[in-house]
Design a binder for this molecule. Structure first.
Ligand code: ATR
Length: 278
């Protein structure tokens, strides 16, 4: 008798204990009655390549890749999506039936979908965007904003040189702003984004005035613990529409789940609750 094995996927990182992805995918598997598994895997750097290459043979259809492997995973791929190539990092691998590994980056997609679904009328084209921070998270977001047609992107980072590097890579629509002038750069900005770790539980707060921001601007944070950061609280007090960072995490997981488990999952309040409770 022929048996079909359950679809397997998972997340590889080091350490992996803090990842919310197992709770997220686990919620969807249960909810849609899919007899599959999504498994967290702690793999040390010296075992990473062999570990990942052995997964297709074990029945895995793909994996998410998280810190510290988002960049180092690229050489393992046979094919890299345009957006992953542009960012220089991947978070989603598809193990193809022909044995190939396809690497994609869905962080920018998650960022854009979160705003589209939670801020009525939002588009990157609405006007200048102000990006606070120039680390790995900023890279994915800046790249997505450019692809979505943002007319101008202002980047302010404590270490100015990292913002200059993004400008060198992504080009003419980017301007670099001094970190201590970031509040002034809100003038005319329609999308204001915190991509720094400031405001995360255990980190210093990001205290910035929204006085110069247009009343119709949207503020969003990539930090989701806590859900309402001091940055978002200030923005709300100034009358802006705000979108918290949890939705980005949830939406970036959609393309992988769809590929591995052949089902388009929904991002809704029940999923938010399940992930927050994990
Ligand atoms: P990630 O990959 O999550 O973006 P990262 O590459 O370490 O992580 O980037 C963290 C971001 O938060 C950077 O923009 C960092 O600024 P620097 O490039 O100057 O380090 C920013 N950040 C972290 N702590 C900060 C602080 N105390 N004040 C201002 N910016 C800070």
């Amino acid at each position: 008798m022929k048996t079909t094995s359950p679809p397997l996927a998972g997340v590889v990182g080091w350490p992996i204990g803090y990842s919310r992805s197992p709770a997220l995918h686990g919620h969807w598997l249960k909810r849609y009655g899919i007899a599959g598994y999504y498994i967290p895997m702690d793999i040390a750097p010296q075992d990473f390549e062999n570990g990942v290459r052995s997964l297709p043979r074990l029945g895995f259809r793909g994996i998410n890749v998280t810190l510290p492997y988002k960049q180092t995973v690229l050489p393992l791929a046979d094919k890299i999506s345009d957006r992953a190539a542009l960012i220089g990092a991947a978070n989603t691998l598809i193990f193809r039936e022909d044995g190939g590994i396809y690497a994609d980056n869905t962080d920018g997609y998650g960022f854009i979908e979160n705003l589209r679904q939670n801020a009525a009328g939002w588009s990157a084209r609405n006007g200048p965007c102000l990006v606070l921070g120039a680390g790995g998270a900023a890279r994915g977001i800046v790249s997505a904003l450019i692809t979505e047609g943002a007319p101008e992107i202002r980047i302010a980072n404590r270490t100015r040189q990292r913002a200059e590097i993004l400008k060198d890579q992504y080009g003419a629509r980017i301007s670099v702003i001094d970190w201590n002038r970031a509040a002034d750069a809100m003038d005319g900005a329609m999308t204001i984004i915190n991509t720094t770790s400031l405001g995360m539980a255990g980190q210093p707060e990001l205290n910035i005035s929204f006085a110069a921001a247009p009343a119709s601007a949207i503020a969003t944070d990539i930090v989701y613990n806590p859900l309402v950061t001091p940055f978002l609280r200030e923005a709300t007090a100034a009358g802006l529409v705000t979108v918290d960072g949890l939705g980005m995490l949830l939406h970036q997981a959609v393309p992988g789940f769809r590929q591995w488990f052949d089902h388009s999952p929904e991002v809704d309040a029940a999923l938010r609750q399940a992930v927050l409770a994990a």
